[in-house]
Design a protein around this ligand. Structure first.
Ligand SMILES: [Zn+2]
Length: 281
């Protein structure tokens, strides 16, 4: 498998075909492909401006990470995916983009440069610290979790208000390593995030990645967050966060059942930055 990826490249039709074939076999009819913005050299400056990359141990570790991941050209990604889209009817091509407070203008100018079917906004950083990196997860112990979550949701609301994104990803991914205050105290923030999504006409997702890839072993959003999103009328997409072809569709049935339990009857997808709905069944 890795050999195919190395020989043909991770933006090749051969590599994408593996996802599509397995996804079809698992009952998926509508596909959206994304890669992370930090993978692309054209966007490195944006990350350098907002990540902690100084000479502290965390800064050095994150600099090494950025050097390792930020190696591709976005043109190769888009060219490869749009070429593949010619043979995969309905394939939507997007990006998952880190939001940093204060970076709206720079990010908006970057995103304007490329044709995209959809843009997912996400928050993976707290004041420059990439909090989902397992190598530095002990940093959670330095924080008052109530304060940390309050700050995180404020940044998520900033991402929503920026109007740059069609979909806001995994809003409660701060729980990735299991550090979370009693959820009862988060319900107010959940409601504020849901109200902001509705007010800005943005969708959100059920993402199963944290269920099968991280210690918390829970989807994003949590069941109570999902219920609140439904009650506010926020549209949702489903994502298996497939980093490899074998991951595609992982736990999507669980996600669908959770959506239905919450009351959802439809899911959405985007093409040419226009939202479409399909029944959930
Ligand atoms: Zn993400």
């Amino acid at each position: 498998m890795l050999q195919v990826r190395l020989q043909t490249g991770c933006f090749s039709k051969e590599w994408l075909d593996r996802y599509i074939r397995l996804g079809c076999a698992r009952g998926i009819e509508q596909f959206g492909v994304v890669d992370h913005l930090y993978r692309f050299k054209e966007c490195r400056e944006y990350y350098e401006g907002h990540m902690l990359l100084d000479d502290s141990p965390l800064g050095r570790l994150q600099r090494a990470w950025l050097d390792q991941v930020c190696t591709y050209s976005i043109h190769d990604y888009l060219e490869g995916m749009y070429k593949a889209a010619l043979t995969v009817p309905g394939l939507a091509v997007g990006l998952e983009v880190d939001y940093f407070p204060g970076g709206e203008k720079q990010l908006g100018a970057l995103l304007d440069r490329w044709p995209l079917d959809f843009v997912i906004g996400s928050v993976h950083f707290h004041q420059g610290w990439g909090f989902d990196n397992p190598d530095v997860q002990q940093r959670f112990q330095d924080y008052d979790l109530s304060e940390l979550y309050k700050n995180h949701f404020a940044v998520v609301k900033g991402a929503i208000a920026s109007g740059l994104f069609d979909i806001i990803a995994h809003r409660d991914n701060l729980k990735v390593f299991g550090y979370r205050p009693d959820e009862a105290e988060l319900l107010g923030s959940y409601r504020e995030v849901a109200a902001a999504l509705k007010a800005h006409d943005a969708a959100t997702e059920i993402n199963t990645g944290l269920l099968y890839r991280y210690p918390v072993k829970e989807m994003c959003p949590s069941p109570s967050f999902l219920q609140i999103l439904f009650e506010h009328g926020v549209p949702i997409t489903l994502s298996s966060d497939a980093h490899f072809p074998d991951d595609i569709g992982m736990h999507l049935n669980t996600a669908m059942q959770a959506a239905q339990r919450a009351g959802y009857k439809k899911v959405v997808y985007y093409k040419g930055r226009v939202r479409h709905t399909i029944p959930l069944c």
